[in-house]
Ligand binder design. Sequence first.
Ligand code: NAP
Ligand code: MG
Length: 407
Amino acid sequence: MTKKIKVKTTVVEMDGDEMTRVMWQMVKDKLLFPYLDMNIDYYDLHIKHRDDTDDKVTVDAAKAIMKYGVGIKCATITPNEDRVIEYKLKKAWKSPNGTIRAMLDGTVFRKPILVNNIKPAVSSWKKPITIGRHAYGDVYSNTEFAVPSAGKLELVFTSQDGSKIIGVPVFNFPSKGIAQVNYNLEKSILSFAQACFTYALSEKIDLWFSTKDTISKIYDAGFREIFSREFELNWKEKFNKAGIEYFFTLIDDAVARIMKSEGGMLWALKNYDGDVMSDMVASANGSLAMMTSVLVSPNGWFEYEAAHGTVQKHYYKHLKGEETSSNSMALIFAWTGGLRKRGEMDGTPAVIKFADKLEEAAIATVEAGTMTGDLIALAEKKSYNKKVNTEGFIDSIAATLQKKLND
Ligand code: NAP
Ligand code: MG
């Protein structure tokens, strides 16, 4: 056994639920701990432990990410009424991701893992398209109104001290109809812009941003102006030096261009556009188990995780003693993403190299035809393709990794 690689700064680990918790432990035991000497600040976000601590453990985990800069998270249950009964919870605690995102003031970036034997549905896409979705306001916090009859609709703004009242005419309804009011905060848009510039620079990829600014001359154009001002002020030089571009275009144009591009950019989108487009990109790339996710805070804190959930159905099979074939790719990439960032922050190239090798080993395993059920269904049909179970997949990656490290 060769000497273990030292990870300089403490890594914040957040354990999770169900099938991902099972895979998480295997990934640590078989792919990480044999090779890395790392100090872990461990937070158990298992639903029962969140309940026992009145969710304080989630808050503590977020604080630890703020302290050390990098957190790596397993998938967790967001409880609903069924889960409250299933786990006998005191209440339906908030989504841990929501709590952490609010504390870190972060933006989520999702990026697919590409392998050469699974072709994206869009044939021109050669490199991963990362989606950055603004996760505040717009239609998700709108006010809707069913207009009952003919009549006049107007908006009224009253300043906090009551000194200013502004009335905005909306529409003279000739008959029954519907209405909707959206809002956003300059502060939130700016912080979204900063997270996007931070991520693009950190990954050294171009940043595209698109809104419907030609039609929405205050709202969508406001997004464009905030991005543009922030870019000119704080990022232009850094982008020039890194050889990357910031590119704004109308959303229609962006959609058309993306479909013909070879990928490889960060595409920043408003809340609704990001919701829809991230599902499109995910589906064009095949499996949810091949989608990674990172929360980037404008303060330079990073939290890595898989985009998928706890794979509940597979877990129930696992509990019954049945064989499962769950895919650990995105969980592994959460670790490699976090470790690579840790290595960059600490100035430890050996850690970065290990992260690269582990990713290469995971991709090489799939490309050699050894896959979990979700991927077998998508991959090019080859005689040597072999479906393996949850643990067998991780074992194959471990064997490939061992070979790569010996080279
Ligand atoms: P899910 O865990 O993402 O799984 C949905 C389906 O996608 C699975 O049933 C499976 O399809 C497939 N899948 C997802 N990940 C896979 C993997 N690694 N390997 C193989 N197949 C995979 O979503 P869910 O079942 O709707 O949600 C379960 C729990 O996860 C919920 O309690 C939810 O609150 C939580 N959740 C957490 C996060 C997070 O922590 N970030 C995100 C989303 C959901 P087949 O069954 O067809 O094989
Ligand atoms: Mg969606």
